[in-house]
Structure formats: structure tokens, C-alpha cells
Design a protein around this ligand. Structure first.
Ligand code: 3HC
Length: 305
């Protein structure tokens, strides 16, 4: 790929560490065990969160087994590769550690600070931040050259893209490893500048903000969604927000508004929507079939202030 350094520089990845066991983290833990077939360590603040993440991974492996995509033996092998724990000392022999914790620079700096004391000197750190500055996340590291942005998309198993983000400090070995890992995960990687929202989220934040604006101007949510169909995109903007999570979408909007106040709309509407119990109506299969009346009400007065 354009901008990728020589793949000979890539470090061999024999154990992956994942910081966080939430929805994104568990999805890519599953991808790492399936595609790299190496031990994966997953941690979180407390055992309950860890257990939830591991249960998700086991459940998804069970689904693959039920669909006949994995035999019982391979499924058990994959399950055995996943370790969920709150014991961070087990990161010591991980050579690629990726974080997917709360989207706040200070929180990410703190977890990386702790992990850097445990991991080997040449271990690589990656952040799945969706829109924060990777350089800032790495600013407090003793070795910022080991940090690279590695941004997955939802649903992780299906979306073919990973954004790889290089900071002025990122070493070629870290960058090269990131590209090789992405390839081994079966993804297409693009190298993006370390700018707010990288490429995908700056585009999506614009689309989502304009979609909310259209509702404010009087178009029902359902019609905004329908209008998207002919553009050939797999989902309308609101269904996509529902997929990535209303809170995540609100956070991305915040980052973009903060970075470019003249180009993005203020976003109280997204925060208000994130607080609603049910923004969407779903069928039994979990597919979006309608929109709550509340959602339109919330969106209308809040946008356009
Ligand atoms: N989790 C895991 N797998 C899922 C899934 C989910 N939520 N939803 C669908 N899938 C899988 C299905 O199991 C199926 O896999 P299979 O072919 O191996 O059986 C495959 O996806 C296709 O599913 P369906 O046929 O049921 O559904 P569709 O054809 O309607 O596709 C979709 C579903 C892939 C989600 C498609 O609608 C899509 O691509 N939507 C756009 C998603 C997108 O743009 N994501 C980016 C979000 S931005 C982001 O994540 C960045 C963050 O920082 C905010």
C-alpha cells in the first residue's frame, strides 16, 4: 500500500494484547484469534467487563461453529487462545498491544503509560482511536516511536478497511508491523494523516451532521434514510449511527466540532439521542424497522442552534 515501509522491517507478532473488553475490543479480539491464530489477551477495569467480552467472543465462535464454518476442534482451539483477565502483568510477552478504551486522550495516555512499563522494549503499541490525535495519545510515552494508529470499523468481522495512522514519531518498524498485521487480518489498510477524524470519520461526521440538519429542517428521519438508498450506500446515516453506537457518534461529532467549528455543526442533538432508551425500532432479527417519535422530537429543536 502507498506509504507502507518495507515489510521486511515488520516485527513478528506472536501474542496480541487488547486493552478494553467492550464491543469493539471483543470484536477485534475475535478477529485476531481467527486470522492470526496467536494467543490474545483481553483486559478491562473489572472482571465483570472482562467476562462479558470473553462471553461475546465465545458466543461468536459458537455461531461460526453452528454455521459449519468451524469444526468443534478448531472452535475449541480458538476459545483456548483467548485469555480474559484483569492482571496487566500478563502483557509482558505481548508484542502487539492495541487499546480500545474510553475515547479521551488522558485515559488513553494513562493506560499506555502503565502498559509501557510492563511490555518489552520493542513491543508495538496501537490505538483504535476513531478521531483523537495519535501523536497526543503517545505524547507521554517513553518511546512514542512504537505507537501507531490502527482504526477498525464496525462490524469488525465484515468491514474490509483499517486506517493506519502515522505520527511524526512513529518508527518504520511499528508502521510496517501494522501493515503486515492488517494484511494478515484480511483487511485493506490505508495510511492516513494524523488529523481529526482521519479520513472515514471526518466524512461520516459530515454526513451524520447534515442528516440531522435535514431532520431539523422538516424531513422525517425515515425519508432521510430512504433518500440514501439510491446512492448505493449499505445503510442510511441514522442506521449507521445506531450501528456504531449513539454515544460513539456523539463523541466523534464533538471531536470534529472542536477541531473545525466552522465546518461541523454543534451536536447537542447527538448527546440527547444517546440518552434515549430506544431511538430505533427493531425487528426480532435486530434489523432497524422504524424510528421512535421521540428521536425526531429530540433532533428537531436541538439541531441548528
Ligand atoms: N456484527 C458482526 N457481523 C455482522 C453484523 C454485526 N453487527 N452485521 C452483519 N454482520 C455480518 C453477517 O453475519 C454476514 O456475515 P456472513 O456473510 O459471513 O454470514 C455479513 O455481515 C452480511 O450481513 P447481512 O447479509 O445480514 O447484512 P447486509 O448485507 O445488510 O450487511 C453490513 C450488513 C455489513 C453491516 C452493511 O449494512 C454495511 O456495510 N453497513 C455499513 C457499515 C459501515 O459503514 N461501518 C462503518 C461505521 S464507522 C466506524 O465503525 C468507525 C467508528 O470509529 C465510529
Amino acid at each position: 500500500p502507498v506509504g507502507a515501509p518495507d515489510k521486511q522491517l515488520a516485527k513478528k507478532v506472536t501474542k496480541v494484547g487488547i486493552i478494553g473488553a467492550g464491543l469493539m475490543a471483543s470484536q477485534f479480539a475475535l478477529l485476531f484469534v481467527r486470522k492470526l491464530q496467536v494467543p490474545v489477551l483481553i483486559t478491562d477495569l473489572d472482571q465483570a467487563r472482562v467476562d462479558k467480552g470473553v462471553a461475546y467472543i465465545h458466543e461468536e465462535i459458537g455461531k461460526l461453529e453452528a454455521k459449519g464454518r468451524l469444526d468443534a476442534d478448531s472452535a475449541n482451539k480458538l476459545r483456548a487462545l483467548v485469555t480474559g483477565t484483569t492482571d496487566k502483568s500478563l502483557y509482558a510477552d505481548c508484542d502487539f498491544v492495541i487499546e480500545a478504551v474510553f475515547e479521551e486522550v488522558g485515559v488513553k495516555q494513562q493506560v499506555f503509560g502503565e502498559i509501557e512499563k510492563i511490555i518489552a522494549d520493542d513491543a508495538i503499541l496501537a490505538t483504535n482511536t476513531s478521531s483523537l490525535s495519535v501523536e497526543e495519545i503517545g505524547a507521554k510515552l517513553a518511546h512514542p516511536e512504537r505507537l501507531v494508529g490502527f482504526h477498525f470499523f464496525n462490524p469488525v468481522a465484515v468491514m474490509p478497511l483499517i486506517e493506519i495512522v502515522k505520527t511524526p514519531a512513529t518508527a518504520d518498524a511499528a508502521l510496517s508491523t501494522a501493515f503486515v498485521v492488517a494484511k494478515n487480518l484480511g483487511k485493506n489498510a490505508v495510511l492516513t494523516a494524523d488529523a481529526p477524524g482521519f479520513v472515514v470519520n471526518r466524512l461520516l461526521a459530515k454526513v451524520m451532521g447534515e442528516a440531522a440538519r435535514a431532520v431539523y429542517e422538516g424531513t422525517p428521519i425515515a425519508d432521510v434514510e430512504k433518500a440514501f438508498g439510491p446512492l448505493g450506500l449499505p445503510m442510511g446515516p441514522f442506521q449507521l449511527i445506531d450501528l456504531v453506537g449513539w454515544k460513539v457518534a456523539a463523541h466523534v461529532q464533538d471531536t470534529m466540532v472542536h477541531a473545525f467549528p466552522e465546518r461541523f455543526y454543534a451536536n447537542e442533538n447527538f448527546h440527547a439521542l444517546a440518552e434515549l432508551d430506544a431511538v430505533v425500532e427493531k425487528d426480532k432479527g435486530g434489523r432497524v424497522v422504524g424510528w421512535s417519535k421521540q428521536a425526531e422530537k429530540v433532533l428537531k429543536p436541538a439541531v441548528g442552534k
